[in-house]
Design a protein around this ligand. Sequence first.
Ligand SMILES: Cc1ncc(COP(=O)(O)O)c(C=O)c1O
Length: 304
Amino acid sequence: MLFSNKIIPNQVFELPIFRQKGIEVFIKREDLLHAEVSGNKFRKLKYNLQQAQKEQCTGMLTFGGAFSNHLAATAAAASACGLPSIGVVRGEELVHKPLNSTLTYCQSKGMQLHFVSRDTYKLKDKGIQPLLDQHPSFYVLPEGGTNHLAVKGCSEILKDTDNMFDTIAVAVGTGGTMAGLTRSAKSHQTIAGYQVVSDVAIPKHIRTFVGHNRWNLDPCYKALGYAKSPPELVRFAIETAKQTGVVLDPLYTGPMVWRLVQQLKSNTWTHGNRILIIHTGGLQAIAGINARLEKQGSLLRWPY
Ligand SMILES: Cc1ncc(COP(=O)(O)O)c(C=O)c1O
């Protein structure tokens, strides 16, 4: 069964800086939930696929960029449920380029790729009305998969055994995962979100799902850009993998942990001392990022 109630114990996550600062850190290995539908994608798709089946939808349609974990996971989950899928991909210039590993994977799962310009992509559903008209019984999921059912799924990430933590750290793209965590957090817990993309609408988006203020957003993208994989970040990921045995992903949890460590080093960490980091998966993007590093002539590779 795709969405089983698998429980993976938290793992000690020990970097020298945590010891120096007297901070206890664990990592929740959501990346291990499922080989192909991992991390927050598992949580976000669970109730959405159930809903699609309940509504007897005949396929799934969603949106994403060229390295999108969400496209890859939707393709895999739809295929596992015997449903065809369509991925609306940002960037019409990609039509003329060889597919990267993420998009090749999506196709291998039967996803039909539909490339659109960045302007059309910004219009969301409105930009692809003819495609929607051709597939009236497809279940449409927004970019990143964030909607109220996705937030419901993400509110199942924290368990009672996580009450020992005072801070939950998570990477933020659209804000759905953070909204789910914030909803289920206990009154002594703060959610420290690390925004990896520049989007002024995110706080408002989170507030549509969450009724309290025990959350905070760090503009992580200002230091690293989005999906840029600068050498400093790649070296950090290599070192972290050696020291902890945990491979982080290049777009979300990797940048988030890098930034958290920067905050500790610069004494600007303002949260607690029992931290739970959520590993939201996304390891499928590593192959594409490494291919890009190679093309750029970099000798560094993201660990995998
Ligand atoms: C691996 C991974 N982690 C975290 C996020 C951020 O989740 P959200 O969009 O719910 O903020 C995403 C994508 O959106 C992701 O693919």
